[in-house]
Design a protein around this ligand. Structure first.
Ligand SMILES: C[S@@+](CC[C@H](N)C(=O)[O-])C[C@H]1O[C@@H](n2cnc3c(N)ncnc32)[C@H](O)[C@@H]1O
Length: 292
């Protein structure tokens, strides 16, 4: 990428405190995978907790992965590599990447950045796949179909059939930058597109994110710590798929929180009390007594 193209890009490459490189979007100032760095977070927050390899090894129909916020494609490429390494009996993986701005991907693919951002990690194949996605919106191998839905995620989501997604990597800019993408109505729309048994993975562990997913019709649990975050979040359509479901302690935190709910729950006592009652009635809290 020429210096001029780089200056005009909406994104720039930055060096994290741990010395690793990552991409920052200039307009909102947010860094993609800011804690432990792109490759570590893609693995520890998304690919490993989604048990992608094990789910592919089960065999059967193609597994559909929604990659929400393609960005520099670190999550998608990490998943793509897991799929490409599977044997012939495994399920195919269909990655559906959603993105409305391809500057981060262009920057990550530039020869001077591709190595440090992991796009050449296992040879040239990942780089070629991501380049094809950028150019044609589709890349296909016998094991993996990867397609790009370019534009606003909400518009694309409305076109997706009911119950089509098995795994969702929810990696959009934060609720502070993009509150409209972290609402109860957004999560209800996502729930419609999730198949029974689906899981959703996100870096955010905020109380309002978690209550939003619960009010959207999901079960919610604690995900692994990563970088400077003590916790991340794993969401499922079925509570029994969560290793560490939120329980009484979290309900207590919710009732004391100054920002308990996403911003489409009106900030007035009646609406909050109603939302709190709906959260407490979620199946995962059924056996908890009401004294929290
Ligand atoms: C945190 S970054 C994603 C990082 C990425 N998952 C990776 O592994 O490199 C969030 C991305 O979501 C995209 N995005 C934000 N709002 C969007 C929307 N409404 N529709 C589609 N993409 C959106 C941004 O352009 C940005 O690239």
């Amino acid at each position: 990428m020429s210096e001029r193209d780089e200056r005009q890009s909406g994104c720039e490459v930055v060096t994290l405190p741990n010395g690793l490189r990552a991409i920052r979007e200039r307009a909102c100032g947010e860094v993609m995978h800011p804690g432990a760095g792109p490759l570590v977070e893609a693995e520890s927050v998304y690919v490993a907790p989604s048990r992608l390899a094990a789910r592919l090894e089960e065999g059967g129909e193609a597994l559909v992965l929604f990659d929400v916020g393609l960005g520099a494609a670190t999550n998608a490429i990490t998943a793509w590599q897991v799929s490409e390494a599977q044997g012939p009996g495994a399920r195919r993986l269909e990655i559906v990447s959603f993105e409305h701005d391809l500057d981060a991907l262009r920057l990550a693919l530039a020869p001077e950045n591709a190595d440090s951002l992991g796009l050449t990690k296992s040879g040239a194949n990942a780089h070629a796949a991501a380049s094809a996605l950028l150019e044609h919106g589709l890349h296909e191998t016998p094991r993996t179909r990867w397609r790009l839905c370019l534009g606003d995620f909400r518009t694309w989501l409305a076109t997706m059939p009911d119950g089509c997604a098995d795994i969702v990597y929810w990696d959009l800019f934060s609720p502070r930058t993009a509150p409209a993408l972290w609402t109860v109505s957004m999560f209800k729309a996502l729930r419609r597109a999730c198949r029974e048994g689906a899981t959703v993975h996100t870096y955010s562990a905020s109380t309002s994110t978690r209550s939003g997913f619960l009010l959207g019709g999901f079960a919610v649990g604690v995900g692994e710590r990563t970088g400077d975050r003590d916790e991340t979040t794993i969401v499922a359509t079925r509570p029994e798929d969560l290793a560490r479901p939120l329980g009484a302690a979290w309900l207590g935190r919710l009732s004391r929180s100054s920002v308990p709910f996403p911003n489409d729950v009106p900030d007035e006592p009646g609406a909050r009390a109603e939302a709190l009652a709906l959260v407490r009635a979620c199946p995962q809290f059924r056996d908890i007594d009401g004294s929290t």
